[in-house]
Every structure is written in structure tokens, then in C-alpha cells.
Design a protein around this ligand. Structure first.
Ligand code: GLN
Length: 193
């Protein structure tokens, strides 16, 4: 399987590292910043950072069009990456997004007082052991369509969701040692889960 990490911004090295640990021997893990690299790609990770800036770069380098051409592509958006996959961004309706998931998302939804925090999440699809999640100026999924599966929440705020081969997390799974979520995403891309 061909795995790419969008390398414009954010924890690119950390995602590469996690992807290498979570992938299988025959997989190929690469940083990606050109449209041509999306061709033949099976799984794409869009890291956190700043969604407006990353959105502009996605457009500038034609990554959006390349994604449209690749029907097979599974995408995992973390934090700003989640914003970039959503259908609608509350208060930023003109901001670019790929509109892959039927979710309405709110940026910086936990407010200024709690700019960043960590939580032990219960994520049943990953098993019993809680997942240590790091939130940094995190978005929240305010509304999810019928075909979206909510996989985790924090005090009723949805922070992990899946629709078909698309996965979004409000938090940064690349900042821990736990590779279970990356593994789950690759299993999604392989059609195993
Ligand atoms: N607050 C950022 C945004 O709205 C996302 C933060 C992050 O990716 N850590 O784009």
C-alpha cells in the first residue's frame, strides 16, 4: 500500500514515524507535497497546523484536484486536517475544504481558556485500553450526518469520527507512542475494517 503524509505544515515527521511503525513491511510511506504524488496513493494523512494556510497550499499545488481524481484514496485528517475534510466550517463558510465528510466542524471549539489539554479517551474500535489524546486549539465536530460513525467524544463533544474511508480526529495521535489509531486507519484503507 502507498501511504502519504501531506508535508506542508504540522507534525509531518511525527506522522511519518507513526505511519512507518503502524504500516506493514511491503508498504511505502512518503512525504507528499506535489499533485503527481497523489496518483496511485492508497492512504493520505493530513496533519494539524493551520487549516486556512494548509487549504491555500492544497489549492496552490493542485492537491485538491489530484484527490478528486483518485477514487480509491482513504484520508485521515488530524486537527486542522479534520477541518480540511469537513463539509462545512462554522463561521468560516468561505474557507476552503475538501468536503469529503458529512460533518459540520467548529474551529478552536474548546475556547481560549483551554487552548490545549490532554484526555484519556475511550475508543471502542481500538479496544479496551484508553487512548491518550492531545488537543491543541482543537476543533469539534458539531454535527454529523447519518452515514458518519462517531468513534469518540469528550464530554459529548465529538472528537473522532469516520465516514467510509475517511477518518477525522480533533486531537493529535502522532504526539503519543500509541500507534493504534494509525493502524486502524490503514486497516480502513485496506478494507479490513
Ligand atoms: N486551530 C487550528 C485551525 O483552526 C487547528 C489547530 C491544530 O491543528 N492543532 O486551523
Amino acid at each position: 500500500m502507498k501511504i502519504g503524509v501531506l508535508a506542508f505544515q504540522g507534525d509531518v515527521e511525527e506522522h511519518i514515524n507513526m505511519a512507518e511503525r503502524a504500516s506493514e513491511l511491503e508498504d511505502d510511506v512518503q512525504k507528499l507535497s506535489k499533485a503527481a504524488q497523489v496518483e496511485g496513493l492508497d492512504a493520505l494523512i493530513i496533519p494539524g497546523g493551520e487549516s486556512t494556510t494548509q487549504g491555500k497550499l492544497i489549492l496552490k499545488y493542485g492537491i485538491d484536484k489530484a484527490i478528486e481524481k483518485n477514487d480509491n484514496l482513504a484520508i485521515f485528517g488530524t486537527c486542522a486536517g479534520a477541518i480540511l475534510i469537513s463539509n462545512r466550517i462554522i463561521g468560516y463558510e468561505s474557507q476552503f475544504s475538501l468536503k469529503k465528510m458529512d460533518i459540520i466542524i467548529e474551529r478552536n471549539a474548546f475556547g481560549r481558556q483551554v487552548e490545549s489539554f490532554e484526555a484519556q479517551l475511550s475508543i471502542p474500535v481500538l479496544g479496551e485500553e484508553p487512548f491518550h489524546a492531545v488537543f491543541i486549539r482543537a476543533p469539534v465536530i458539531k454535527k454529523a450526518g447519518d452515514n458518519v460513525k462517531v468513534l469518540a467524544d469528550v464530554d459529548n463533544a465529538v472528537v473522532l469520527a469516520r465516514q467510509g474511508k475517511y477518518l477525522v480526529s480533533s486531537f493529535h495521535p502522532e504526539l503519543t507512542r500509541d500507534i493504534r489509531l494509525h493502524k486502524y486507519f490503514f486497516d480502513m484503507a485496506r478494507g479490513r475494517v
